[in-house]
Ligand binder design. Structure first.
Ligand SMILES: Cc1cc2nc3c(=O)[nH]c(=O)nc-3n(C[C@H](O)[C@H](O)[C@H](O)COP(=O)(O)OP(=O)(O)OC[C@H]3O[C@@H](n4cnc5c(N)ncnc54)[C@H](O)[C@@H]3O)c2cc1C
Length: 265
């Protein structure tokens, strides 16, 4: 099968060029791999040289990150320090030099670690047609959304209020057995926590029962127990080559406890 590659100067033009059989090219870590392995479901690759895709800029009290910004660029961006540990946990250096924020929103579980962090941080997703979607809505509608992702806007968490943990078979890198991100505002009594799990469903998912159980709680064993007991509600892990759904269910609360108590192991 021959492949056509078209390059457009603006993301809007690229979005207009998308048709059945098209794939948008971000950094290409998955799209080009698919081509190399003989993917049959697309014959048209669309890319854009739109400079805005590569921008990281202040937005209110947070940041707007272009969809074409790579994980390496996130690690280096001024003001994005809270996201650097998440970007650093994705692949090895070669992957991080190519892997984009936009692409991470579309990869299949168990990939998608950056999106897990964005979900916990209550980010919004800006589409090429100008609409802005809460990231939870984006994930719920992802399969039916038309258009391309232009950028994400991420509120900046308070000092020490954001945590991320990734569990892999191989250290220091590897695809996630699961990942967890938590935004824990409120200091000694948590108020308005957001907890997101990766590789525990087809998309990153919030653990809403655990969030509710943390309301007014302190981050000690007694304070977090109800959140641990309820953290699987609404999650739907799958079997894959890395872990069974059963195993993922078994270890989710263990790693949530370590994240909430800020334990290394
Ligand atoms: C060896 C290896 C290790 C990896 N490790 C990890 C890991 O640890 N954690 C992790 O989360 N991922 C991992 N990945 C998966 C992947 O590299 C990352 O998720 C990356 O962020 C995907 O971005 P990309 O730009 O390369 O996507 P691409 O391959 O360019 O695209 C992926 C999908 O996203 C779509 N897309 C891309 N940009 C846009 C846009 N702006 N708008 C609409 N659709 C878009 C594409 O059309 C395609 O369907 C790994 C991949 C490899 C090959």
């Amino acid at each position: 099968m021959s492949i056509t590659v078209d390059t457009y100067p603006t993301l809007s033009d690229a979005a207009l060029a998308m048709r059945e059989g098209s794939q948008f090219l971000g950094g290409g870590t998955m799209v080009v791999r698919g081509l190399n392995f003989g993917a049959q479901d697309y014959d048209h690759v669309v890319r854009s040289t739109d400079a805005a895709l590569k921008e990281v800029r202040p937005a209110g009290s947070g940041l707007q990150i272009g969809a074409g910004v790579t994980m390496t660029q996130v690690m280096q961006a001024s003001g994005a320090e809270f996201l650097a540990p998440v970007a650093r946990a994705i692949g090895g250096p070669a992957v991080r030099n190519m892997a984009t924020v936009g692409g991470n929103l579309f990869v299949r579980s168990p990939y998608g670690d950056f999106g897990v962090a964005l979900l916990a941080l209550d980010a919004s997703v800006q589409m090429s047609d100008g609409q802005s979607l809460p990231i939870e809505t984006f994930y719920a509608q992802r399969a039916s959304l038309r258009g391309l992702v232009a950028a994400v806007t991420v509120p900046r968490p308070g000092h020490g209020a954001f945590r991320f943990r990734k569990v892999t078979r191989t250290r220091p890198k590897g695809a996630s057995v699961l990942s967890i991100a938590a935004h824990l505002p409120g200091g000694s009594r948590i108020s308005g926590a957001r907890i997101a799990f990766g590789a525990m469903g087809a998309t990153p998912l919030r653990a809403k029962s655990a969030e509710a159980a943390l309301e007014g709680a302190s981050l000690d064993q007694g304070g977090i127990q109800a959140a641990l007991d309820s953290c699987l509600n609404g999650l739907d892990p799958q079997d894959d080559a890395l872990a069974s759904a059963w195993y993922r269910r078994e270890i989710a609360a263990v790693h949530l406890r370590r994240l909430l108590l800020d334990e290394e192991r």
